[in-house]
Unconditional design. Structure first.
Length: 686
DNA sequence: TCAATCCGTATC
DNA sequence: ATACGGATTGAC
C-alpha cells in the first residue's frame, strides 16, 4: 500500500457511501459510520461484506451495512481501506435481527455480529462458488457416525415426485398425539406462521417430531433454524433429519465443529444451498433463506444462554427472529419454562399439548419417597443409602431384565437457607431475595439487599429455625454397584456422556443432562438427592428440578409396560406434584404466577450491573433509568466486585436496556477503565 | 511569546 | 484504543 495510491482513489459512481459498523467494543461507538466506496470496489463492496476501514487512526474490521447516495456526516469521509472478501456473509435480515438483539440486551451491534457470523476461513470460502455446489459441502465427519442412536433416524420415505420432500405422517402417533399438532404442521406447510409451546409426551421421539415440523416447513418452500442444547441432542436431531429429509438438505452448525467446518456449514446456509440449519446456540443466528420456522428444544437448559456479551438467550433470539421475519415458532420440551408459559398466557403462542388420557397412557408410574436413608431391613438399600422404595423399584426392574437409570445431581450447587421445619426457602421479607447464613450461628442476611433478618419467621409455617442444605451425595452413586452385585454399572456424566444403552438389566448412573436413551426405555428411573436440586440458591430451582426430573423420567417405559419412577422428595412440594401428575403446564402457570407476585422475571424485566463498587455506582448514577425502576442490592459478587439488580415492568424493558447501554457508553467514552458488566435477563439472579 | 504537555472529546 | 484540539503551564 503506497501513499500515492490514495491520491488515485475516486468514489464509486452509484451509491458511493457505505454505512459501516466498526468492530470496536466501545458502547458509545455503537452506530454506523460513513465511508466512501472507491470506484474499483463499486460492484463488490455490497451490503453484508466484511471491510477494513481506518477508524481513529487505526485499521479496524467492519461490516458494510448498506450503500447510500449521500451521507449525513458533515465532515470529510474516509475511503474504505479494503474489502476483506466479496462474500456478503451478513444477510440483511440477520443485520436487523442483530440490532434488535443488541437493543434488547443493552449491548452493541458489533458484539452481536461477532456471535452471529463465524470467523472467516479463506480456504473454505474458495472451495466453492455460489454457482457450483460441490458434494463435499457436508464433509463425512460432519455426519454422525455409528454411535448415533438407531431409533432416531426415521425410515426413509418415498419422496413425493413434485417436491422431493416426503409427506408428514398422519394418525394418532407422532404429532397426531397432540390435538393441535396436525394443524400446526399443516400451517407450516401452508406457509403460515403458527407459534407453539409444545409439551412433549414421555417417551416422545422428539427429534423425529422436530424433523417432521422441519419437513412440513420445507414442503411449503421455506427454511428452518432449529436449536438444541448440547452435542448429544444435536446428534439425535441430525440423525432424524437425515432420515426425514435426506443427507444434504440440512447442515449442522455448532462451535464444536472447529473454524473450517463451521464456516463451511455457515456458507452453505448463507448461499441458500440448504433450507435447514440445526445446531447448538451457535446456530441461533444462522442465515436461512425465506425463514419459515424457528425451533428450540428444551429451552430451560441453561446451555441456551450465551456466555459472551451481550449474553443473549437462544430462545429470545429465535422468538425475535420469528417476530421480525413472520416465521413460525416451536418451543418444545418435556418441561415448560415460565418464559414459555408467558408466551401462552399473553397469547403470543398456542399450546400444543397431549390430552390427559394420552398422558396417562404414556407416563410411567411415578412415586415419591422420603429421603431417610436408614433402611436396615434391606441390606442392599442400606449399603447404597437408598430409600427402600427406590431400592425395591430398581431391584424389580433389574429382575425383569430392564435397565435402570439413576439420576444424581452434579456437585457444586450452592446451598441456600430454608425453614428447618417445613423446608420452604427462606426469603427476605423486604425484597424477597434469598437469605443466607454468613456464619453457622449468625443471623440471616439477604443476598440481594443486604438487610439482616434477625427475627425471621417462615411465612409458610411460622417456624423460626433455619437450616442450610447439604450438598454432595455422589457417593450414593458409587455405592449403588455394591447394592446390586453382578449388575453392570455404567456412568454418564461430564467426562463421558453415553448416548444410548442396551435394553437388558443394567444400572446407569447419570448426572442431569447426560442421561442416555435405553433400547425399549428404562424399566425404572430413580431421581436421587433431589433435596440438593430443590434447595439451590436460585430463582429457578423448582423449575430446574422439575425439568431435570421430567427429562429423565421421559426415558422410562409407560406404566402399562412396567415403567416406574421414584423421586426422593416430599410429595407435597409443587415440582414433585407436577412430576407425579405429569403436568408441566400446571407447574409453569403456578411458577409464573408466583414470579408475578414476587416481582421476578419473566413477569418483570431484570438487569444486573457487576463491577467494582465505585464503577457500578458511577454507571447507575449516569443511567437515566425509567421511572418505575427499582434498584436492588448491592450483593457481593466474585473477587471484591459487587452486583446491583435493576427491575422494571416489562413495558419499560426497552427503556431500561437503552438507559444502561447509554450509561455504559458515557462511561466508556470518559475513562474506559474499570469495566462494568451489564446483563439483561441474567440467568443467575443471586 | 512560543512550545511542550495535559485533558477532554470524537472517532466517518 | 488513538489522535486531535484547545487550554494550560513553563521557560525564554
Amino acid at each position: 500500500m503506497t501513499p500515492s495510491r490514495h491520491t488515485d482513489r475516486r468514489p464509486a459512481d452509484g451509491s458511493p457511501v457505505a454505512r459501516v459498523c466498526v468492530d470496536v467494543p466501545l458502547a458509545h461507538l455503537d452506530r454506523p459510520f460513513d465511508y466512501l466506496v472507491p470506484a474499483e470496489l463499486a460492484a463488490t463492496a455490497v451490503p453484508g461484506t466484511r471491510v477494513k476501514v481506518r477508524f481513529a487512526g487505526q485499521l479496524v474490521d467492519g461490516w458494510l451495512l448498506e450503500r447510500t447516495e449521500r451521507s449525513g456526516h458533515a465532515g470529510r469521509l474516509a475511503y474504505l481501506e479494503k474489502l476483506v472478501s466479496p462474500e456478503p456473509v451478513l444477510a440483511p435480515e440477520i443485520a436487523r435481527l442483530a440490532r434488535a438483539v443488541a437493543d434488547r440486551y443493552a449491548g452493541s451491534l458489533a458484539d452481536v455480529l461477532r456471535l452471529a457470523v463465524p470467523p472467516r476461513h479463506a480456504r473454505v470460502e474458495k472451495e466453492t462458488t455460489p454457482e457450483e455446489p460441490t458434494p463435499d459441502d457436508v464433509p463425512p465427519d460432519d455426519v454422525p457416525g455409528d454411535d448415533v442412536p438407531a431409533d432416531a433416524p426415521r425410515p426413509a420415505r418415498i419422496p413425493s415426485p413434485t417436491t422431493g420432500v416426503p409427506d408428514p405422517p398422519t394418525g394418532a402417533d407422532g404429532w397426531g398425539a397432540y390435538p393441535a399438532g396436525p394443524g400446526f404442521l399443516r400451517a407450516l406447510a401452508d406457509g403460515r406462521a403458527p407459534r407453539a409451546v409444545w409439551s412433549a409426551l414421555p417417551g416422545e421421539d422428539w427429534p423425529a417430531r422436530v424433523a417432521e415440523a422441519a419437513v412440513a416447513t420445507v414442503r411449503g418452500g421455506r427454511g428452518v433454524v432449529a436449536v438444541v442444547a448440547d452435542a448429544r441432542d444435536l446428534d439425535r436431531l441430525d440423525a432424524a433429519l437425515t432420515g426425514a429429509l435426506g443427507p444434504d438438505r440440512h447442515v449442522r452448525l455448532s462451535a464444536a465443529l472447529g473454524p473450517a467446518r463451521r464456516y463451511r456449514a455457515f456458507l452453505a446456509a448463507r448461499r441458500g444451498r440448504v433450507p435447514v440449519v440445526i445446531g447448538t446456540r451457535a446456530a441461533m443466528f444462522a442465515p436461512v433463506e425465506r425463514l419459515g420456522l424457528v425451533a428450540i428444544w428444551d429451552d430451560g437448559d441453561d446451555l441456551h444462554a450465551e456466555p459472551r456479551a451481550p449474553y443473549p438467550h437462544a430462545r429470545e433470539v429465535l422468538l425475535t427472529r420469528a417476530q421480525l421475519g413472520g416465521a413460525a415458532a416451536l418451543v418444545g420440551g418435556h418441561a415448560r419454562t415460565a418464559e414459555a408459559q408467558l408466551l401462552v398466557e399473553t397469547g403470543w403462542a398456542r399450546e400444543v399439548v397431549p390430552e390427559r388420557a394420552t398422558v396417562r397412557a404414556r407416563t410411567p408410574a411415578v412415586a415419591p419417597t422420603g429421603d431417610d436413608p436408614q433402611l436396615a431391613r434391606d441390606p442392599g438399600a442400606a449399603t447404597a443409602r437408598l430409600p427402600s422404595l427406590a431400592w425395591t423399584t430398581a431391584r424389580d426392574a433389574l429382575r425383569a431384565d430392564a435397565p435402570v437409570l439413576v439420576q444424581v445431581p452434579r456437585r457444586g450447587y450452592l446451598p441456600s437457607v430454608s425453614c428447618a421445619d417445613c423446608r420452604a426457602p427462606a426469603r427476605c421479607p423486604h425484597c424477597a431475595g434469598p437469605l443466607a447464613l454468613p456464619s453457622a450461628r449468625g443471623t440471616p442476611v439477604c443476598r440481594w439487599c443486604g438487610r439482616v433478618s434477625a427475627a425471621y419467621a417462615c411465612p409458610e409455617c411460622g417456624g423460626r429455625r433455619l437450616r442450610a442444605a447439604v450438598v454432595g451425595a455422589r457417593r450414593t452413586a458409587e455405592e449403588l454397584g455394591r447394592a446390586f452385585p453382578g449388575v453392570p454399572v455404567r456412568t454418564s456424566g461430564r467426562e463421558e456422556v453415553l448416548t444410548r444403552v442396551p435394553g437388558g438389566a443394567g444400572l446407569v448412573v447419570a448426572t442431569p443432562g447426560a442421561e442416555p436413551v435405553a433400547d425399549g426405555g428404562f424399566g425404572a428411573v430413580l431421581l436421587l438427592d433431589s433435596w440438593a436440586l430443590l434447595t439451590r440458591a436460585d430463582l429457578r430451582a423448582g423449575e430446574e428440578a422439575l425439568r431435570r426430573w421430567l427429562t429423565a423420567a421421559a426415558l422410562a417405559r409407560p406404566a402399562t409396560a412396567g415403567g416406574r419412577v421414584v423421586v426422593v422428595a416430599d410429595g407435597g412440594l409443587a415440582p414433585v406434584q407436577a412430576l407425579l401428575r405429569w403436568d408441566p403446564a400446571w407447574f409453569a402457570a403456578r411458577e409464573l404466577a408466583e414470579r408475578r407476585e414476587l416481582g421476578f422475571p419473566p413477569a418483570v424485566r431484570m438487569a444486573s450491573v457487576t463491577g467494582t463498587a465505585p464503577a457500578v455506582a458511577e454507571l447507575l448514577a449516569e443511567a437515566r433509568l425509567p421511572e418505575q425502576a427499582e434498584v436492588l442490592g448491592p450483593v457481593p459478587a466474585d473477587d471484591d466486585r459487587e452486583r446491583m439488580l435493576i427491575r422494571v415492568p416489562r413495558s419499560r424493558a426497552a427503556a431500561l436496556a437503552e438507559a444502561l447501554h447509554v450509561a455504559a457508553g458515557v462511561r466508556a467514552a470518559r475513562k474506559a477503565a474499570d469495566p462494568v458488566r451489564v446483563q439483561v435477563d441474567p440467568l443467575e439472579l443471586f
